[in-house]
Design a protein around this ligand. Structure first.
Ligand SMILES: [Zn+2]
Length: 103
């Protein structure tokens, strides 16, 4: 899978494939796919654990980086994606309940 080639080049944490700051969108999409089950359930804990490990490694590699923006770069996107996914699932459930006549 070509998207799995979006991996960090250390110590500057740019993507080896697309040269964008890691985690680039290609890596994020691959990570989400890797941890999404056939029924659509996403293992958010595993994704957050993965990104927390990357965050800790990046902080070690870039000791002069400011923690807040680094945390935003590595962790916040997971929470935003989780919120979007949860909202989309809620809309789907509501729509299905309305069309089937149940609440
Ligand atoms: Zn990339």
């Amino acid at each position: 899978m070509s998207s799995d080639l979006h991996e960090p080049a250390r110590p500057d944490w740019l993507c080896r494939l697309c040269s964008n700051p890691f985690p680039c969108s290609g890596y994020q999409e691959a990570l989400l796919r890797r941890h999404t089950q056939s029924d659509g359930a996403v293992d958010w804990v595993r994704i957050e654990n993965t990104m927390c490990r990357h965050f800790a490694s990046a902080a070690g590699d870039m000791p002069n980086a400011i923690c807040g923006p680094l945390h935003h770069r590595f962790i916040t996107w997971v929470r935003l994606a989780r919120n979007r996914t949860t909202a989309a699932a809620n809309v789907a459930r509501f729509t299905q309940a309305r069309t089937s006549g149940t609440r």
